[in-house]
Design a protein around this ligand. Structure first.
Ligand code: HEC
Length: 308
């Protein structure tokens, strides 16, 4: 295996780099998921709140405004009494405020009374989706538009009340003043129980996504710096406390093996490396003792030889 040929520091660096790559990949994926989720949560909260606000405007119009003005219907038709109209107008006013230009609200209908409510291709697709699956009560998601990325929420609009048919059933039932204003071609023929359109709200998602991207880069940068520092420090310590003392011991052992009994194993720490040095030092002492004993023995032998 190629690891065998590597030096200790290189082995550790290889291990740490492997951990680093795996760690950053895994934390990167997790972080991206979390940031994606939280940015979606943020825009969807905004969209939901506006959607509920618009529904309150609709409710206010039909319960407070409409009853007050219904008598005027014979003289003139006031679109202000129509919930769909007041919701759209309120939202159009909101759009004139700073920072709300790319927000959008529409009661998109396949066959609308007011042409500005005509469903475009995308909205038509949503309506088709609701028609295919009646149980579906919301479709949401991100989409790319001319004004950037947006998050949208769509809910089906269905004809649930008989009273609506007065103005959206057959033209002959509708107030003459309304026909005079809107004509008798559009916004009629809606069927009770049918899904006739979709209430769609979109809020810009560019900013939140940008923020999420920035957080991602920043956090991953911090993780990378932390790992790089760890690799650097581990190498430094390894050199200081393991590699350098071991190299020194090797040198001394080399010297001792060639007969230099003056060379000393230095014990500088109390850890495993220090204990090893201590053991070597003792071994050197016993070795030199054994050698001098051997020397003396040999001397004795030659003395005896000389005596004879
Ligand atoms: C008095 C007549 C009248 C009645 C009743 C009425 N509408 Fe309307 N409706 C209108 C008019 C007029 C418009 C167009 C307003 C505008 O200019 O935006 C409209 C618009 C709408 C729109 C927006 C799409 C479009 O056609 O422009 C929806 C959705 C809608 N009505 C649903 C309903 C529902 C649901 C009911 C029953 C709860 C209902 N309407 C009852 C007159 C009426």
């Amino acid at each position: 295996m190629f690891l065998k040929n590597l030096k200790l520091a290189q082995k550790f660096t290889a291990l740490l780099i492997a951990i680093f790559l795996m760690g950053t990949a895994m934390s990167g994926i997790a972080l991206a998921k979390v940031l994606d989720y939280s940015s979606q949560e943020m825009v969807s909260n905004k969209a939901l709140m506006l959607m509920e606000t618009m529904n309150s405007v609709r409710h206010y119009t039909s319960t407070e405004i409409n009853p007050e003005l219904v008598d005027r219907l014979d003289i003139e038709f006031l679109p202000e009494t129509v919930p769909a109209y007041s919701a759209r107008e309120v939202f159009e006013h909101l759009r004139t405020s700073e920072g709300y230009q790319s927000f959008f609200y529409k009661e998109a209908v396949v066959n609308p009374t007011n042409p500005r409510d005509k469903a475009d291709d995308f909205e038509f697709g949503l309506i088709e989706g609701f028609r295919r699956r009646e149980s579906l009560d919301e479709i949401n998601g991100f989409r790319n538009t001319l004004s950037g990325d947006v998050y949208y929420i769509a809910r089906p609009i269905s004809m649930t009340e008989q009273s609506c048919l007065q103005c959206h059933g057959v033209p002959s039932d509708a107030p003459a003043t309304m026909i005079a204003q809107y004509g008798d071609r559009n916004g009629f023929g809606w069927k009770l129980g049918a899904i006739i359109g979709a209430q769609v709200i979109s809020v810009p998602a560019d900013d939140v996504r940008q923020d999420a991207r920035q957080s991602f880069v920043m956090i991953m940068g911090i993780v990378a710096i932390a790992f790089a520092t760890a690799i650097f420090l581990v190498n430094l310590w390894l050199k200081q406390f393991v590699i350098r003392p071991i190299n020194k011991m090797a040198q001394v052992a080399e010297a001792v093996s060639t007969g230099d009994m003056e060379a000393e194993f230095e014990v500088t720490t109390k850890d495993e490396v220090g204990r090893l040095a201590e053991a070597f030092q003792r071994m050197k002492l016993s070795l030199s003792l054994a050698m001098s004993r051997l020397e003396r023995y040999r001397m004795g032998q030659s003395d005896q030889k000389g005596d004879r």
